[in-house]
Design a protein around this ligand. Structure first.
Ligand SMILES: [Fe+2]
Length: 168
């Protein structure tokens, strides 16, 4: 991968461009590019790259869920932003520490991600729900009412192949 491919991968996806406000998509790809640039070594850069592809896969999985499972009634734009942002904290984690394991890196990637988004002060609907969804997406369970937090956790569970814990 070369750096220029990162935003290309995201901006050539028409559905993504239509569902996510430009400012947010630009910010997400900028975070990816900066951490790709700042990766401390080749192994770290590979980990950043992996998450760039992983995020796209999660966005696709999110669309599948939102369109195929009738009980999931989410705003598609908000749901897509949750998928796009869910692992945003992984990029600085991979670039700095060469590890995805929160205990090894000393970083709670979900908390870091939520804080990164908060700092941007995005003026969009449902931003609080989105931040909460990112914060909770890697926890064991979420008992609140925020459907986007349930959706974020659902995505994570899907990734881990732990379908028996489905919560929708
Ligand atoms: Fe995650």
């Amino acid at each position: 991968m070369i750096k220029e491919e990162i935003s290309k991968l995201y901006f050539e996806n028409e559905k993504l461009v239509n569902l996510v406000p430009d400012k947010l998509l630009k910010w997400a790809t900028k975070v990816m590019e900066e951490n790709w640039d700042n990766a401390k070594d080749d192994e770290s850069r590979k980990k950043v790259e992996y998450k760039i592809y992983h995020t796209l896969a999660v966005i696709q999985a999110g669309w599948d869920i939102m369109t195929q499972i009738k009980s999931v009634e989410l705003d598609k734009s908000t749901g897509t932003i949750v998928c796009l942002f869910h692992d945003i904290g992984r990029f600085p984690q991979a670039a700095k520490s060469n590890s995805y394991i929160d205990e090894v890196s000393g970083m709670d990637h979900a908390q870091v991600g939520a804080e990164m988004i908060k700092k941007e002060n995005f003026l969009i609907d449902n931003i609080e729900e989105i931040i909460e969804a990112v914060y909770w997406h890697s926890r064991k369970e979420y008992l609140g009412e925020n459907i986007y937090a349930k959706f974020g956790l659902f995505q994570e569970i899907l990734n881990r192949g732990r379908l028996k814990y489905l919560i929708f």
